[in-house]
Ligand binder design. Sequence first.
Ligand code: ADE
Ligand code: ZN
Length: 325
Amino acid sequence: MTSRDDLGDVDRHASPEDALAELHVHVEGTLEPELMLELAERNHVTLPHGDVDYLLSGHEFSGLQSFLDLYYANMEVLRTAEDFSDLARGYLARAARAGITHAEFFFDPQAHVVRGVPLEDVVEGLSDAVAVSRREFGVDAAMIASIVRDHPVPDAHAMFGELMRLQAPIVALGLDSAEVGYPPSLFEDVFARARAEGLHITVHAGEEGPPEYVWQALDLLGAERIDHGIRSLEDPALVERLVEEQIPLTTCPLSNVRLHVVESLSVHPLHRMLDAGLAVTINSDDPAYFGGYVDDVFAALHDELGLTEEERKLLARNSIRAAFT
Ligand code: ADE
Ligand code: ZN
């Protein structure tokens, strides 16, 4: 297992023109059907949704919760450190093919601990993949532990204490899962602990939740990045603040379409966000579920939203600037 210090030694790739970071991807959301089936067999786990056709058919989600129900159910196949290593390596290999040179991926410790998987095994498997990533895939990688916000607050504290005890090589603490009804304010104390440990802070806010949650993420949790943040556009004073402080918004356009945050890609407010001067980055969120990896997202933005080459370069520069490591 690497120590947190090992992650400091990151260089940028030869040409800055080619550098591209992915900053908002849940490693559990990169669990492709093929690997899911392989792990189910390896671990003698019956898939919650048994047939391959179901897994491969692509899903209609009615919103974030309907996606999360499937996302958490499918995690059942992830049992050992080796499984987590295979998962992360699969993502990093695919990210390299998407042109990613730097990846900071989330994982959901509580979602595994509640199933009886030791946190140590999760961290060991993921960090093993991170340790070989530059050499094997040409991708500098880092891990972000994320609090599952619809679990009890004391569980978040316990999980964080355990991560610190294990000296888990994480670069940041995040906050994800079902947003509405679980405001950032609930987690002020855990994030204060994370800041005191020198960790970076990034918070899912303004995906389904109101702009008020984005304000709370900034003011109460000390968020340096906002994950999604698309509903910030409803509050001009918030947009002004985000522009002024150049707080990165890690947007995920394909996710927004699949989870009905926007009606279709052709009406996604990406141009409006860029024109306002917001520090937007492009990400895949849960690529196994939402129709593709970052290269697919850029291709769709080009085809359906008329994303220009100049905008693509700006988004790539934003991603590098917004990286924590
Ligand atoms: N966990 C995985 N994907 C997520 C998303 N889009 N929003 C909140 N939590 C998540
Ligand atoms: Zn997310």
